[in-house]
Write a protein that binds this ligand. Structure first.
Ligand code: C5P
Length: 311
């Protein structure tokens, strides 16, 4: 996609995300759900370095718990590199080094960011120069959130979450994240939602066939107003995630008692994102939650999507 002269190694980074709004529609025949998502990319990045090699391999280091990251061919970065090679007819491989900073199986799209950064880095390393539209199509084959890790910023995702349209946003939002010491499987959380909907099909409206993002969310993002956005944070996966991990409820409560405007489970969780009014509030909340011995990270959003890093 981009031609960069870096014979020995190419370095790219891509951000994690918070879903500030996530509405889940009907379960489709392919096992996926129609969704309507407002994504915000946040300042936690996956760092990917790729080196020329005959085959494909990956090593992983970083600041988050790494035991759940596969380092065989099932690793999404290797799958991304192989897919790009297959699609472009490139015959070599790549050695991939990932520096992970986005919580693993945390609902923040860390694996998706690895895939997006790997696509970009391998494209530059190999000189394959795939057009952006085709990169986004490969991204979508790799996972529903991968196109957003590629584009970053603020965007609306429909379909499986992979059909993106940009959303107008201004200013910077201040978030405080609480990272759990366990992961949640995305398919398990979606299945829990389906089970809940089946159990209560008499009492609740059927899931919207084509869900959409509430206009109040778009307005809050456009205004850059955290108070307004706090009123509109919404996630259909929150209840099933809490059902699977009830301990998360007390964390949500603790954040809201300590000055957060609102808290929400990010994506399928278990990471909890607290929105704060400003930097001072974020710092105060960070201190309070750290004092409760929680694993806390402060981030801002929106930030840019996958990018090459100049050496
Ligand atoms: O696309 P991705 O690999 O991230 O999806 C992981 C799983 O999450 C899917 O296999 C599916 O069970 C669930 N999912 C879904 N509907 C979506 C996105 C993901 O049911 N829109």
């Amino acid at each position: 996609m981009t031609s960069v002269a870096a014979p020995g190694m190419v370095h790219a980074k891509a951000p994690g995300k918070i879903n500030v709004f996530l509405k889940v529609g009907a379960l489709l025949g392919d096992g996926y759900h129609d969704v309507a998502i407002a994504y915000q990319a946040v300042s936690l990045y996956e760092e990917v370095r790729v080196y020329p090699a005959d085959d494909f391999s990956v090593v992983v280091s970083g600041t988050v718990e790494l035991s759940r990251v596969p380092v065989d061919g099932s690793n999404i970065a290797i799958r991304a590199a192989r897919l790009l090679a297959a699609r472009t007819g490139y015959r070599g491989g790549a050695h991939i080094e990932i520096g992970k900073h986005v919580p693993v199986t945390g609902g923040m799209g860390g694996g998706s960011a690895d895939a997006a950064a790997t696509l970009l880095a391998c494209d530059a390393l190999w000189g394959t120069e795939l057009p952006r539209e085709e990169m986004l199509s490969l991204a979508s084959e790799l996972g529903s959130d991968v196109p957003f890790a590629f584009t970053g910023g603020t965007a609306i995702g429909t379909g499986r979450g992979d059909q993106l349209s940009p959303a107008l946003a201004q200013g910077q939002f201040q978030w405080v994240l609480v990272v759990a010491d366990f992961g949640l499987s995305t398919p398990a959380v979606y299945s829990e939602l389906d089970r809940h909907r089946d159990r209560h099909s008499q009492d609740i409206f059927p899931a919207q066939a084509q869900p959409f993002v509430d206009t109040n969310v778009l307005q809050a993002l456009r205004a850059g107003d955290p108070h307004q956005l706090a009123e509109t944070l919404y996630n259909d996966l929150q209840a099933p995630a809490l059902h699977l991990e009830p301990s998360l409820a007390s964390v949500l409560e603790l954040g809201e008692q300590n000055g957060a405007l609102a808290g929400i489970i990010s994506g399928s969780g278990p990471t909890i994102a607290f929105l704060t009014a400003d930097l001072d509030n974020a710092l105060e909340l960070q201190i309070a939650l750290s004092a409760a011995r929680l694993n806390v990270v402060r981030v801002t959003g929106p930030v840019h999507g996958a990018r090459l890093v100049n050496q």
